[in-house]
Design a protein around this ligand. Structure first.
Ligand code: FAD
Length: 317
């Protein structure tokens, strides 16, 4: 049986993102061998982790052309690999980069593409989130192989130890892949909190938090729960919290075990980014707030009273 290719999403700290482990787990369920594809950087530090989650082969493509020229050369290398090995499916992360590589590969190979997939069965039928996550559909690529991008936090990664063989890939990119170049790269310092899109607990604040200073309360609860901090667009637009922490249609999509919404009304655009969270807890002083339609647990009350009480209780345990 043909292999399944999983394009590795590396983290800025040099490891692999959790979504990569989810994709390896999903790939194993499709049948056949699972091969990881590392596009850019070095595969050396990733080999052990990829093997731990069942990669039996690693295709490693590195060098300046891949690291300096954004995604176009990566798409060229991946398209060439697909043509060479004819995999049964190709999985990429539903991240900005993953989607762009997948789209470019789809055009190059005249192949169908499905994005924001949360499940894929061995027949190639995908469960896909569309319309900003408000609708779930079953879909299938009708031309070419299943080329899908997988939404982070869609499934639980399960280890299946293997010892991968590493094959270095020939990188032959064309001049037209070099039309835009990276001129500076800033690696975010790793803070104590988990990354928002990958966190199993997210505590988000909305306009109801009232100020940037008050967001310390949101951070405090997040830290007590070992979670990440998120924010609604209204909170971001008001300057309470930086944009990279926005959750929603035009922000990040999260799907944690626990999502705590503090002073967030629950607009459709916010729900689009968090409604697949496993347990949703909302604190809002308005009993009619739409967030309560979605919440598993709701507290009608002033967050400035409720959150310190909750924090005190958590500290005792
Ligand atoms: P509000 O709607 O103003 O709600 C504040 C809530 O706080 C209220 O329910 C209030 O009762 C409660 N509150 C106030 N004080 C307290 C208190 N002391 N204690 C407890 N509760 C209190 N929004 C996003 O979040 N993410 C997106 O990605 C996004 N993308 C968008 C894209 C488009 C194209 C558009 C048009 C809109 C988008 N929005 C997005 C905006 C969205 O429509 C809402 O305006 C926004 O989500 C509202 O944020 P909020 O809930 O924090 O503010």
């Amino acid at each position: 049986m043909a292999e399944v290719l999983v394009v590795v999403e590396a983290s800025s700290q040099g490891g692999v993102k959790k979504v990569t482990l989810e994709m390896l787990t999903l790939a194993r369920a499709l049948g056949g061998d699972v091969s990881a594809v590392v596009l850019g950087g070095s595969a050396d530090a990733l080999t052990e982790k990829l093997g731990e989650y069942g990669a039996t082969k690693i295709y490693a493509a590195g060098g300046a052309d891949l690291d300096e020229y954004l995604v176009a050369p990566k798409a060229t290398v991946l398209a060439a690999l697909i043509q060479r090995v004819s995999p049964s499916a190709v999985l990429l992360a539903s991240s900005q980069e993953g989607k762009e590589i997948a789209a470019r590969v789809a055009v190059k190979l005249d192949n169908g593409i499905l994005t924001d997939v949360v499940d894929l069965d061995p027949s190639g039928t995908a469960t896909q989130m569309v319309f900003a996550g408000s609708t779930i559909v079953k879909s299938k690529v009708t031309k070419g192989l299943p080329l899908v991008t997988v939404r982070p936090n869609s499934l639980t990664p399960a280890p299946a130890p293997a010892t991968p063989a590493v094959e270095a890939l020939e990188v032959a990119v064309e001049d037209r892949d070099k039309l835009a170049k990276v001129v500076e790269r800033k690696v975010e310092a790793k803070g104590a909190r988990p990354e928002l899109a990958e966190a199993s607990v997210v505590v988000s604040g909305g306009r109801g938090v009232g100020s940037a200073d008050n967001f310390k309360l949101v951070e405090e609860l997040a830290d007590l729960l070992g979670g990440a901090v998120g924010a609604s667009r209204a909170a971001v637009d008001s300057g309470f919290y930086p944009h990279q922490f926005q959750v929603g249609q035009t922000g990040k999509t999260v799907s944690p075990q626990l999502y705590v919404a503090l002073g967030i009304s629950g607009a459709i655009q916010h729900r689009a980014g968090m409604q697949t969270s496993k347990t949703i807890v909302a604190v809002n002083k308005d009993p009619e707030a739409p967030i309560f339609e979605l919440a598993d647990f709701g507290v009608v009350g002033d967050l400035f009273k409720v959150v310190p009480q909750a924090a005190e209780e958590i500290r005792k345990r």
